[in-house]
Structure formats: structure tokens, C-alpha cells
Design a protein around this ligand. Structure first.
Ligand SMILES: [Zn+2]
Length: 294
């Protein structure tokens, strides 16, 4: 599944292929990908317009067109954009194409998506899914004070809160798992129990994880498949339950939070407990550790 860094790589590719060009023809016949739009509306909204800007928030991509309309793209689980010659044949997983004129040559930018969980949405204005997104950790930067406010004082596990797109845009399972390991915070900790220092550490851990991921994906060159499952060796803890913790060597644990498998080290990652409440409020207080002094 594409993570934030994959979507940023897709944005950079689309920008280099499309920004400043004029769309000669656009086509998609996939009603599921286009929902709630139609093939005719898709072609009509894009053809003849030029592309002013390609932007991203979280896992959504947005093409801003010369008449002010927009095309939004979400990669779902297996979506990816590629560039082809205009005459090249349709591929099996091709769900849409945008042909443009670039330096006198016809270039075809195609949307591939084998499992069809992705979306292509044309609209005269920003769509609710885009407007509901919280700050993007890469594009907007995230201030610890701002994140503390968004997390509030609630009991939701920090891992689930981080993956809420209204809290932070674009944080998926891999990014949340890896950043919490880097920050030494137990993913089950209630988000309201994190101190300002914890939140500062977590923001730095998120940035470090995204930047590492982006550097790796950028240096590996233009890939045809942006979102293949990566080898275990690429992650500190994600998907490595039972393997030795890279920090202390003890076997990594796994817990399910918000329906998602979460790997963590029960020794290195400290469970925070609510600051104001009594210990009896927590069924699992026996397993809680005292946060280390800073
Ligand atoms: Zn450990």
C-alpha cells in the first residue's frame, strides 16, 4: 500500500510530466475508480485545459487546471502513475489516461491500479476528503504544540490517533509503527497521556522516518511500481514480530490496534499512562513502566 513517501514520489513524477502542459485528451472508463463521477465528466473536465500545479496532501494528489477545476487522485492500495508513448497499447491494469502535448510530442500519462481501490475525482472545487485532512507532516511541517492540541486528552491509543487523517495527513501503518519505535513510545499509550516532550520526540521521529523513506525511494530511481511490499530488511520493526529488536535484541511483540497489526518492542517502547488519572483506571497498569526521566 502506498505510504506518504510513495505518494510524494508520485507527485514529483506527475509534476515533471504534466506541469505546464496542455491536456489533449483524457479518458477513463472505470466507474468504480471515478466514483461518484462518470467517464464523460472526466474527459470533459480535463481535455483542453493546461496543468497549473501538481500538489499533495497526505495520500491525496491534486492537479490544478487552467480553468480552476481540479483532478484528485488517491492511489488506494495498488495505484500508480506511469508515463508511456501515446501510441503504446493499453495495459491490463490501466484505469485511466491523460495525454498531453509536451515540447511538440504527445505523451501519455497513465493510471494503473490492479485492485481498483484508488480514485480519480474531477471537481470544480476542493473535495471534502481533501478539506478534512489534518496537516501534512512533510508539506506543512508539524509543530509539537499544534499536534498536542489535535491529539487532545483522549484515551485513543497513540498509534490509532496518528493514523487518523484528520489529525495528521498521510500517516499509514508503516510510518506510525516505525516512528513510534524511533520515539520509544508504546503504540498502546493513550494519546492524551503523552507529554509535550514525547510529542516533540514523536514529531522528529515522524520526520526522520519520512525523510529516510523518501531518500531511499528517490535514490532508487524512477520505479515502475511504487508500492510493492518491501523486504523486511527495509524496516526497523514493521512486519518483524518475533525478530530481535534492533535496539535491545529482545523479540519484538505484536498487538492489533484499530484493526491493524502493530509491531513494537515491549522493552524499549515505554507505555505512557494518563497524567491526571489514578492507576486503577487502567486495566493494564501492571504492565506500565514509569516514563524515563529526561
Ligand atoms: Zn527493544
Amino acid at each position: 500500500m502506498p505510504e506518504l513517501a510513495d505518494v510524494e514520489v508520485a507527485r514529483r513524477r506527475l509534476e515533471s510530466w504534466l506541469a505546464g502542459t496542455t491536456i489533449t485528451r483524457a479518458r477513463s472508463a472505470d466507474a468504480r475508480i471515478l466514483r461518484p463521477g462518470s467517464p464523460a465528466a472526466f474527459s470533459r473536465a480535463l481535455a483542453g485545459r493546461s496543468v497549473r500545479e501538481v500538489s499533495r496532501r497526505g495520500k491525496w494528489l491534486r492537479l490544478l487546471l487552467s480553468d480552476g477545476a481540479r483532478m484528485f487522485s488517491h492511489l488506494g492500495m495498488t495505484g500508480w502513475w506511469v508515463q508511456r508513448e501515446c501510441g503504446s497499447p493499453k495495459e491490463r491494469s490501466e484505469r485511466g489516461r491523460i495525454d498531453v502535448e509536451r515540447r511538440g510530442r504527445c505523451v501519455s500519462v497513465r493510471y494503473l491500479d490492479s485492485r481498483r481501490f484508488g480514485r480519480l475525482v474531477v471537481s470544480k472545487e476542493d473535495i471534502p476528503e481533501w478539506l478534512a485532512l489534518g496537516p501534512d507532516p512533510l508539506g506543512d511541517g508539524v509543530e509539537p504544540d499544534q499536534l498536542a492540541k489535535r491529539l487532545g486528552r483522549n484515551r485513543r491509543p497513540i498509534k490509532s490517533a496518528l493514523m487518523d487523517q484528520a489529525v495528521l495527513a498521510g500517516v499509514g501503518n508503516i510510518l506510525a509503527t516505525e516512528a513510534l519505535f524511533r520515539a520509544r513510545i508504546d503504540p498502546r499509550s493513550p494519546s492524551g497521556a503523552l507529554s509535550r516532550a514525547d510529542i516533540g520526540t514523536l514529531v522528529r521521529a515522524l520526520r526522520a522516518t519520512i525523510e529516510r523513506d523518501l531518500a531511499r525511494k528517490t535514490s532508487s530511481g524512477p520505479s515502475e511500481r511504487g508500492c510493492e511490499d518491501e523486504a523486511d530488511g527495509d524496516f526497523l520493526v514493521y512486519g518483524r514480530q518475533g525478530a530481535p529488536c534492533p535496539r535491545c535484541g529482545r523479540p519484538l511483540d505484536r498487538v492489533v490496534l484499530g484493526g491493524r497489526g502493530t509491531t513494537f518492542c515491549g522493552h524499549c517502547q515505554i507505555l505512557r499512562t494518563r497524567k491526571r488519572s489514578s492507576a486503577t483506571e487502567h486495566g493494564n497498569s501492571a504492565t506500565a513502566r514509569i516514563p524515563r526521566a529526561r
